[in-house]
Write a protein that binds this ligand. Structure first.
Ligand SMILES: [Zn+2]
Length: 605
């Protein structure tokens, strides 16, 4: 960390000494930039109404990863051409990505997210960009610090206060910075959540200046060649995610932003290109990625791979959100089968997991088709052509709903979590949250799937889904789950699900059980057929894209049996109470509206 601080303060000092309008970012990136990139990028900015693309997709005032995403273009497709030495954990020469984008303004420059190095000197990345081309022509590039979203002074704001990390808005910190944060702190596990508030953000924006402006509406391709060691990202809660070292290779699990620690991309959930992966690895290694395996082509030995190599081509014709891109390489045993529901199911496990444990894991992995069919009965058809699970060896400390290739860490899988992650394939993967503040939307649905699994077990015990006793046990289990959550004390209600700090984004009731309880209440308010009708209509309308909180709430409101203003107002109050209100800890206040047959005041419409 200290090394990083020194490099940033040096960058700022150079700017003030030079006294010219160079952005700190260009200086910060100079160490790795091509010779051309050290020139000022301002020459093209005045050309014909063209301007640089925004260097964030986050809304003004966001305190959740405000540094991520890039504007001025739309992400369409990405070709990953990985050349990876799994034994050394390094990307080799030839390694590159090619992103196809479409300009949404005339662009003089644009950016990607790429953390080529970090303060995590052990497991963090250490990569070097060697070349960038736009439509095949060499482009200038450099690395920039992010600027807080909406800064009227633009991305090159010379004030250091515009580029500070914080958990909170405003930054506060030692200098009493009144501005919103430009990035979420990259905490080490042992640091207190606010330890980095007010420190400078790392220069993780890869700013690219093409040789000529890109016209509004034009498709263009940007190719980034890079080598070195991919790694993990230190998160706003002190955890790490990204490219984990596995025995003989890697294990990739990246929520919320760790994809930029192994490849440059538009790192924001709503940027959803389709993907082709062409992963060249040593013969004997297996590459796993999203979508379907198209081919695995053997090559003879060469200088990089003396024992020969294999290029795995995986293809996802479905768009993939930034944090759901899977690309693990290692000693994985991979199998696939075409199932009776028409889907291809992939199962992969690291061979370093003991055989008995692998057999136990496999018994659970084999339940994926049954779980998928169960969840499809509520959500509507499974949105992708394949589904899958990979059990990796590293203790990554969390499981993740990587699209069609769910990751389980630590060599182990459990059924309850498989229900959760598989539910995400509809909620989060196919219909992605419109921003990080909406993480609760999809985590609530996935948590609901865990409650439905418990209800399903009770149903089976009572006679199965085709018996009245079974159906009644299913309902009773969900009611009792709701009631036990609703009885929770004041701490349970003290964070509004739609307004967490980064440190609590992936922990606690506000992201998981509170929205799940709200969904049980909605289920009771609307009844099963209207509730599942909402789920299906949202999948149809927003599938392949993303959804905002107002859109999600409106979908439920449209399903109200009573269309009166009074009922719409009550539904609107329901969402304010359950999603948007922080009830003071230590008090008795909690959401007042529940649902018929549930603890609490019910729903009067
Ligand atoms: Zn989840």
């Amino acid at each position: 960390m200290s090394e990083y601080r020194r490099s940033i303060s040096l960058a700022v000092a150079v700017v003030s000494l030079a006294g010219v309008a160079l952005v700190p970012s260009m200086i910060a990136g100079g160490a790795q930039a091509s010779a051309a990139s050290t020139a000022s990028g301002s020459a093209a900015t005045a050309a014909g109404g063209c301007s640089p693309g925004a260097r964030t997709l986050s809304p003004h005032g966001s305190r959740l990863y405000p540094e991520t995403g890039n504007g001025g273009y739309r992400s369409v497709h990405t070709d990953v051409h990985m050349v990876y030495d799994a034994a050394a954990n390094r990307f080799l020469p030839g390694n590159h990505v090619t992103l196809t984008d479409r300009a949404t303004q005339c662009l003089t420059s644009f950016s990607l997210d790429f953390e080529r190095s970090s303060a995590n000197s052990g497991a963090g990345p250490d990569m070097t960009v060697s070349a960038v081309t736009v439509d095949g022509r060499p482009a200038r590039f450099g690395f920039a610090q992010p600027t807080y979203p909406g800064d009227p002074n633009g991305p090159g704001d010379p004030s250091p206060l515009a580029h500070e990390a914080s958990q909170t808005d405003p930054v506060g910190g030692p200098h009493h910075n009144p501005l919103p944060p430009a990035c979420t702190p990259e905490l080490r596990g042992s640091q207190s959540p606010d330890a980095l508030n007010g420190t400078q953000c790392p220069a993780n924006k890869l700013v690219i200046t093409p040789s000529a402006p890109i016209p509004d509406g034009a498709p263009f391709t940007v190719s980034v060649s890079y080598t070195g060691r991919p790694g993990v990202h230190n998160d706003g809660d002190g955890s790490t995610e990204g490219w984990f070292r596995a025995p003989g290779g890697s294990f990739v699990t990246t929520e919320p932003v760790g994809t930029e620690d192994w490849m440059p991309l538009n790192d924001y959930p709503t940027a959803k290109p389709t993907y082709d992966f062409y992963d060249t690895v040593a013969a004997g290694k297996t590459a796993l990625a999203n979508g379907q395996l198209v081919s695995a082509v053997r090559h003879d030995s060469d200088a990089e791979f003396p024992g020969g190599s294999v290029t795995y081509h995986w293809r996802s014709g479905a768009p993939v959100a930034s944090y759901l891109v899977e690309d693990s390489v290692g000693n994985y045993a991979l199998s696939s089968r075409r199932a009776s529901d028409g889907l291809t199911y992939y199962e992969a496990q690291d061979r370093s997991i003991p055989a008995a444990k692998r057999a136990a894991n496999l018994a659970i992995m084999n339940k994926q088709q049954d779980i998928t069919d169960f969840e499809a009965a509520y959500n509507g058809p499974f949105p992708f052509a394949s589904d899958g699970v990979v059990v990796g060896a590293p203790a990554a400390s969390f499981e993740e709903e990587m699209q069609t290739m769910i990751t389980f860490a630590g060599g182990s899988i459990d059924t309850d979590t498989l229900y959760h992650e598989n539910m995400h394939q509809w909620w989060g993967d196919n219909v992605t949250e419109g921003g990080y503040a909406m993480t609760f939307y999809k985590e609530g649905m996935a948590t609901l799937a865990e409650y439905m699994y418990a209800a399903r077990k009770a149903e089976d015990k009572a006679g199965g889904p085709w018996t009245a006793a079974g159906r009644s046990a299913f309902r009773a289990t969900l009611v009792s789950q709701f009631n036990s959550l609703y009885r929770q004390g004041s701490g349970f209600w003290s964070v509004a699900p739609s307004n967490p700090e980064p440190v609590g984004l992936f922990s606690g009731s506000s992201t998981y059980s509170r929205p799940a309880a709200a969904y049980i209440a909605l289920w009771h308010i609307l009844g099963t057929s209207r509730f599942t009708g909402v789920l299906r209509s949202v999948q149809r309308r927003y599938g392949g894209g993303s959804i905002t909180e107002p859109e999600w709430e409106a979908a439920f409101e449209r399903a109200l049996p009573d269309n009166s203003n009074r009922c719409h107002a009550e539904m609107s109050r329901f969402f304010t109470e359950w999603f948007d209100t922080a009830y003071p800890a230590g008090g008795a206040a909690k959401p007042g509206i529940t649902g018929p047959g549930l603890a609490g005041p019910g729903f009067s419409c």
